[in-house]
Design a protein around this ligand. Sequence first.
Ligand code: LAN
Length: 729
Amino acid sequence: DVHGAANDHGAKRPRIEDRTDYSRWRMRDDESRQTWHYLESDDELKAWPQTAADKYFLGLPLDLPDLPPAKTPLDSVRNGLEFFEKLQLPSGHWGCEYGGPMFLLPGLVIAWYVTKTPIPWYFATEIKNYLFARAHPEDGGWGLHIEGESTVFGTSLNYIVLRLVGVEADHPKMVKARAILHKLGGGTHAPHWAKFWMSTLGVAKWDIVNPVPPELWLLPDWVPFAPWRWWIHMRQVFLAMSYIWSKRWQAEETDTIRSLRKELFVEDWDTIDWAGHRNTISEVDNYHPKSWVLNTINWVLVKVYNPYIRPNALANRAEAWVSKLVEMEDENTDYADLAPVNGVMNFVVCYVRDGPDAVSVQRHRERVQEFLWVKEEGMLCNGTNGVQCWDTAFAIQAVMDTGLAEDPRWRPMLMKALQYLDSQQMRDNVKDQDKCYRQQRKGGWAFSNKDQGYAVSDCISEALKSVIILQKTPGFPTLLDDQRIFDAIDTLLTYQHPDGSCASYEPARAGEWMEMLNAAEVFGRIMVEYPYPECTTAVVTALSLFNKHWPKYRSNDIKRFVKAAVSWIKTAQKPDGSWYGSWGICHTYAGMFALESLSSIGETYENSEQSKRGCEFFLSKQREDGGWSESYKACETGQYVEHASGSQVVMTAWALIGLMKAKCPDIEAIKKGIKLIMERQQPNGEWLQEAIEGVFNKSCMISYPNYKFAFPIKALGMFAQKYPDEKVL
Ligand code: LAN
């Protein structure tokens, strides 16, 4: 693939084309390790035909026949499943694009570049196409996420990507992007992470980067702000970053790098006061301004500690320990790593530490491929190495709620899905769990797959629920014996906070005050774990379901857990009856989970004040056409706001599921919503993509394309089960 590769180390001219031939792309599903391949030879093309799923992901026509028009919700379910089944991948899971954030691809491409990894022309070409397609329609810049306004973070980094993959600086789109970048202040106004990447690349000098001292990792564990207490994503990013920062390592200079120095900055590069711009940041990027505490610490580090005190021996010890922790992360995940931010940084660490030809570097090179995805707009970087376990769990639950699980028509699909979850359960804790500060995970599931291997409270819950309901359905085998189910329960039971709530990867290890050390500027609430209604409610539903089937196993622990969790869920309800959701948009997403969990312990509209108020909140937000349409803006502001483009299928399904789980008596309202979902279904059974569905860190949106299948199917199916005689159309 080096042939025609886009990079200018050595003599090769970057090659970049208008577009690639979409009939040549294939997604390989190697036990749910997803990689995209471009088949250049016709022999390969013959040997490896494009599947329906490939075509769907690529936006190519599927040429499916129209299905018999749905007259009832159950017809509509069958048509939806007919389509959704075609997207199930060979290993039994569902996958999809998982884009949205616009700061992931830059890390990956910069990591490729600084490690002299050739970028094949077809990757370079489609990366260019994606970024051009996603440039802000008016100013030509890029934001934090695909729906956001242009920022220095998004624009400087994605501009760099385009140059590294071979786009010329005088391309009209680059000229336009530069104009908005300069208008926002240019590279000196970038937030911390962008300054880090620019310095690693050698486009900026390290003095512009606020300190990332590896010494913090030498603090004893009892220290209240020791990094092991931070939210796992922050500490893993900080870890790798601190190694590179401490070494002030920079990539080898190239023509492109020299040229970027001229392009990215408003100031003349040679005269920039680098240290003086450590805290410079453009207004639009500054979502979470640094605290005075952090500014003071940074000042002491820069002015006093680093130049006069920092003992070499201590720096070396810190680097060595950080390096060891990086190694453990790589080993525990077989180089897949937690997510694409720390994954690509670990890649650079290995290159710096182990040299260009090391096995570790080679393995990272292979593994980062799993973050990439190709869709009709081009190539992007997913938020994780996939959505495998999560989306598969929801797919199973959707079918279960339609009552079709025993229908032989869907058995092969469900069998494969069950086998998939069977294969992905984590059977052991990670090696030296305490030494690398990992949470117990035995019996759990990750969001993506077992390779990544980070259990999450709600991912365990959703997967476990799916396994239990399927295994308890006549006609399905018991692949996971009782002990494996108990392992999952044991791990789930470790997730509760004293106040009854649950967080995501681990129970919180420090309080909200830690946000004072939030150096990233562009995200809010990232430094520690928080209690999340969605996670807490998912655990409650899983424990309740488990307890019905195994009433004896740890029943007192479960009773206590559920009781405390439910009372926390009730306190988390806002006066208007809603719950704030942190991982999906927003009150609609959280409301569905909350109402489902209340109903799992027998609390519904009739007998529970909280359930009733939750329903009333939903009913008050239903639109004239029967749908719901919450916008991502709600995540930023905490207030329910409607999306400009009207009712959304996914939002509508979430609200309806909540209402039906809560046994809301207003059948007419529910019917109106069901009708909208049915009318939006296409003749081939699919639903089309509408507005973005997910969110993280309050400010960054992320796509969940399979939600438009799983949740409408589930809502329609639940309706068909509950009201078999109601006419909708
Ligand atoms: C995810 C995706 C899944 C999500 C749910 C399971 C839906 C949630 O209920 C718990 C948290 C979790 C696991 C989650 C955490 C943060 C992730 C991994 C992401 C939103 C996907 C991308 C994001 C990750 C942090 C992106 C990298 C960005 C940094 C700021 C490091």
